[in-house]
Design a protein around this ligand. Sequence first.
Ligand SMILES: [Zn+2]
Length: 341
Amino acid sequence: MSIQKLSPVLATTYENFPKGRFITLIVIRTTQSETIFRTEGSGESMCNEFVQAGVTNDNIIQRLVMTKRKQVAPERRYGREHLRAHDLLFTNIKDNSICSLNTNAPCEMCVDCFLYGFAAGGGGAQKSRIWTEDAFSILPATDVVGDRTINAIYENGTMRDEKGNASTALNTSEYIKPGVHFLDVVTLKDVTTDELRYIIGNILFTSRYGAVSSRVGRMENQILGIFGSITELPSSLELVQATYDALGEPLEHPLNINRVITATKQVITNWQNRRGVSVQLSDEELTNLISDVETHWSEAERDTFLKRLSQSYEPFRQVAPDKNKGKGKGKNKNTPVEVEN
Ligand SMILES: [Zn+2]
C-alpha cells in the first residue's frame, strides 16, 4: 500500500512534541462556479497581491489570493460534520458546551482540536499541525475576476418594497469566474497515517468555499503530488510562478486543466532533488493513496476509521481536565479567540 511508502515521515502515534517530519501536499483548486472570497456584504474587494509572474518571467502581475483561512475553515467544518455525526465531538468542561469553532470553548479532545489546533481562553493551546499558506491564481486577477451588477427586485417587480423603501441590493459585485485555478502547498507536520487520511479526506471532499457558499463557491480540489521531507518545500507562490513559466503561451482564461496539471507536475518533479526530500509518491502510488483515503471515508468504513482515529488521542486526554481547572481560574472569558471564517 502506497501510504506505507510515507512511513519514514509519518508518526506512529500522536505525540506532544514535534519531531521534524514533514508531508507536503500539492493541491490544485479549481472554481466550478462563480466564487467570492470575502466576508459577505462587507463591501471589501477581493484579496489580491502584486507579485512576479514567474520565476524567470519577471513581469509584475496582480494575482488573486485565496487566503489560508478561506481554505482551512470549510475543510475543518467538513471533518467536524462527520465527527458530530459519529458522536466524536466532546463537551467542553468549562461551560459544558459541545466543541465548536470560533468560540472560547474548544473541547481540546476531539480529532479536530488535536489536528487543527486551538487557542482557548481557558489556558489550553494546541498548535495546528496543518500549515497552509495563501494560494495564488495562475492568471492575473484582471483575467479571472468578473463584475456583476446585482439588480435585486422585490416580488412586486419593482425596486421598492410595499413601504416604499428602495432596494439596497443594487450594487456591483466582484466574483471569481468559473475555471480559475489556484495552486497550493499544504504542509503537514508530524501526522499519523490515520490523521493523514482524515486531512486528505477533508481537502478532497470539501466542495464549497468563500462567501454566500450555498449559492456560489463550488470548487474542486485535486492532489497532484505528495512528498515526505525533513523541511518545508517551496511555497505556493514559488509553485505558481514556476508553473507559470512552464505553461508557455497562450496564457489566457480559461486555461485547460490538463495543461495546468502537466505543467505543475513537471515543476514538482524537480522537487525530488530538493534538500530534505526523502519520499515522492509516483502517480500510481498517489492514485492508490487517494483510493485508500476514499475507502476509509466510505460508508462502510467511516465509523470504524473515525473512532479509531479519535481513540488514538485517548492517552493524551486524561491530563487535560486537571491541568485546565487550575490554569483556567480567573481567566477572562472574553479572551480573543482565533477565528476561522
Ligand atoms: Zn474539539
